[in-house]
Write a protein that binds this ligand. Structure first.
Ligand SMILES: [Zn+2]
Length: 155
């Protein structure tokens, strides 16, 4: 049985460059059962889509009412650097993002007060090093939303 994992996806909204970082849980599924794996992927995908739609309607449109197109610019399936991305969302954050040797959309993400501190924490985490992160990291200003933020209530 594989463990549940957090999936982080970073979306960029053009033409303005608004950025949304979403965290959704992919439930545990047996690695031997392709249907269960697909179902777990579908749960994470639909949670992500729901969060994007909520943000577009509640936050983006009131602030910037013209037409946007979104694209996936980053994804990570490991624990990030720092505490912020493990806790609740519905807030703006500065997030360090480094490309990896595996190409787009794979990234290593996290929060730290400086880029040097970000890299120091990456160096201490073998799971993150296995992702093959490439310097430099870029500071991105994102709105962070998770599937544990109770979105039915008012913002
Ligand atoms: Zn805009």
């Amino acid at each position: 049985m594989g463990a549940p994992i957090n999936i982080f996806r970073l979306f960029s909204y053009q033409p303005c460059g608004h950025e949304l970082l979403v965290r959704a849980v992919r439930p545990a599924a047996s690695n031997a059962d392709q249907r269960a794996l697909n179902a777990a992927d579908d749960i994470a995908d639909s949670a992500t889509k729901h969060l994007c739609t909520w943000w577009e309607q509640r936050c983006l449109q009131p602030e910037c009412p013209h037409q946007h197109t979104s694209s996936l610019v980053g994804e990570m399936q490991e624990g990030p650097v720092g505490e912020d991305l493990f806790s609740s969302g519905r807030r703006r954050l500065g997030v360090w993002a480094a490309r990896t040797k595996y190409g787009a959309p794979w990234m290593v993400l996290g929060t730290a007060s400086t880029e040097a501190e970000f890299w120091q924490q990456v160096q201490e985490d073998s799971d993150l090093l296995d992702l093959g992160p490439l310097a430099p990291a870029e500071l991105r200003h994102v709105y962070f939303l998770t599937d544990e933020d109770h979105l039915s209530s008012q913002p």
